[in-house]
Every structure is written in C-alpha cells, then in structure tokens.
Design a protein. Sequence first.
Length: 422
Amino acid sequence: MKQLGAEKEGKLTEASAGKAREVFGRLDKNEDGMITADEIAPPQQNRAVRAAPTAAPPTPPETGIVDIQTGQPLDAAAQRLLRQFDKDKDEKLTRAEIGLGKEDFETLDANKDENLDKTELAKFFQRDADLEVVVRLGKLDEDEAVVDLLPDESTSEPGAANEGPSRIDLYNPKHRPMALAADVSRVDKSTLRLKIGDATLELRTADESPQARNRFQFLIEQFRELDGDKKGIVEKMKAMQNPQILMLFDLANRAGDGKLTEKELKDYLDLQAAGGNCVTTVQCSDQGRSLFELFDATHDGRLSLRELQSAWSLVQPLPRASASSLAKSEIPRRLTVAIGQGQFVSFARQPTRKTGPGGLLWFTKLDRNNDGDVSLSEFLASEEDFRMLDVDRDGLISAEEARQWETNRKKSIEPGSKEAGK
C-alpha cells in the first residue's frame, strides 16, 4: 500500500491501484520486467548485536497452522485454540468464538453447557479429517495414469487424466464425506489450492534444491578437469590438486585401488542423494494479508506489469465493506504447506516456462522474463511495429494480440489477397 500511496488512508482504491504503471519502473530495480518482494522491501542487513547474558531467546510468532505429530498429546493443540479464540479469557470457547458449525459444536460439547473446555477441544483433533491429500515424492513413473477429479484452474474441467502423474491429489479411498473437498482446486501437477472464507491455503510439493543438483554437476566437472587424458580415471596423487575431489576420494573409491573412476564418483554421489532423500521435509508458512500475494495471480513470487495493471480487477470479487475501496483487514490471508523429499529442497515456487500462443516461437523467445507478455524493452523490432501489435495500447503485447497478428499476417499472404503479389 505504501508504494501505491495508499498507506495513509489504510485502504486501496481504484485510483491508487491505477498508479501501478507509474511505480513499476521505480520498483523494478534490476530492470527484468518483474518485481519481487525483495525489490519492494529489501531484507534488512544482519546486524551484529550482542544480547545480554540473561536475555531469553525471542519467542517465534504463532501462525495459523498447528503441527500435530503422530502420537503427540493433544493438550498443547487445544491450549493453542484457547489462546487464539478465547476472547473473554474464561478458558472455554463458545460457538461464536470458535466459529464451528452447529452440528460439529454440539458433537464436541459433551456436557452440553454450550462451551468447549480444553478436554472437549482436544476431541476436535480426533475427528475424521475434513480434507486428506496424498503426496508423491521422488521419481515418478511417467507411464502411470492418475485420474484427477479436481478441476484445473486454467480449464475448469474435472475428471481428465493428467499427462503423467500428479505430485499431489485428494485422498479418499473410503469415499467418505470430506467437508473441505469441494473447496479445493488444482493449480498444477504439484499444487492444490483450498479456499476457506477469506483465506487461501496452498498445498504443494517442493522441488529438489538447485544447490544440490549444482553440487553434483560441479564435482563431476572438477573430476573431468583432473582427468586430462579423458580415460575416466583419476589417481590419488592427481586428486591432491583438487581439495573437493580429494575429500571424497577414499569414500568414493570403492575398489580401494587408489584410482577413482568417474562411475565410482557418480555412484557415491547418487548414494549420498539417496541417503538424504530418506527424510521428508514439511514447511508451513503463514504469509498473512499481503497485497503482493493478492496481485501475484500466477503465484510465482513475482509481479508482472500486467498483474499490477489488473490489480483493481482482482479486488472486485472480494467481500468488502465498501465497493470503492479495500481495507487492510479485507485483504485475503494466504497460508502455505509445502512437502519435499530430502533435507535440501527448494520451497520457492519456480516460474514454469510458458510456450508462445498457438506455438508462436517468436513470441516465446521475445518473452524473456516469462510473464506471458512482450514488453517494449523485450521487443526487438521498431517501436512503430510494437504499437501496431499492441492493439489495446496497454504497453504490452499479449498472447491474444500476437495470435491475432499472426492470423492476419497469414491471411494477407494467401493467394488472391492484395498483399500476396507484393
């Protein structure tokens, strides 16, 4: 809101949202045609502050996600609900305080006093889950056919078989009623989205960390540099020229003959990766109420010019007190649960490479920042040509505009057309 000049009033209006183009160039510090959260509010530099010897470590802020391990006592989870919802501090929750449906509340209210105490609240976590999902980690069989009963947000067509298996799906082998299942939609093969009131919970699988993949390739390249005669073998004396290879030499040299082969090194690195993948990592995060998350329609952690220009249209469907503004408290809340295999996983959603409309290779190549549009800075021809393709004069060539131009161009060179003979 600060960047759009709406912080003082504490609400976003159509006029302030209309300043998107004005502020975009200023915020896009690396001039890649996209804005990240760090460009809007750079993370503070770490400061070396010596804490007092008696200072207690800060208590991490609570999120809206309660993590319950198998076999763990439920008292702490019940106390968490009391701490969050008990407005009158009487160690009990009324139906109005907790917001449960009438049937669920009455089922938990064992003594029928129209309040839920700590013991009764613990029973809440012993109910059948309102939603269950199954996550597939590791290597997937591309020939596996998974019938997906969830509509894809881009097609809204449920019941189609995915092109290859999805990473995450609803799990309901007993076909029992699941209260939240109807509110789940699919974003892509790795992501489901659940909407509850004004909150959105994103459930997704995490990718292997690029650092882990890069380390594997780096060590192989280091080995090949030592292997000057390209025999696929490095002796220990030669390995002493490279500390990284030397450190792994005895561990990877399975034959113990003082000669490390490239296959031995790859097998050792694969074994390391397999060992690391014995661990499942789960990260829960509560992003709170953020305009950045609201405007990021593709949920790739970046804001394109078109996303900012469309900001006010994204506000329209939201429930709010005034049709002419959006207050801070009315900004939807966003939470994420990400699950990955191994200790070294990347929880940041990576933007997927988009292909040009109708297979237009020139559009895909020009769209260097992969935001689905071609800006003037990406366009390689003249500004006059750019204006000709930018039919709606919004400063971007959209996929539809590119497709329409290509259709008109092909028609103009068909036999019999006025342009055919030129």
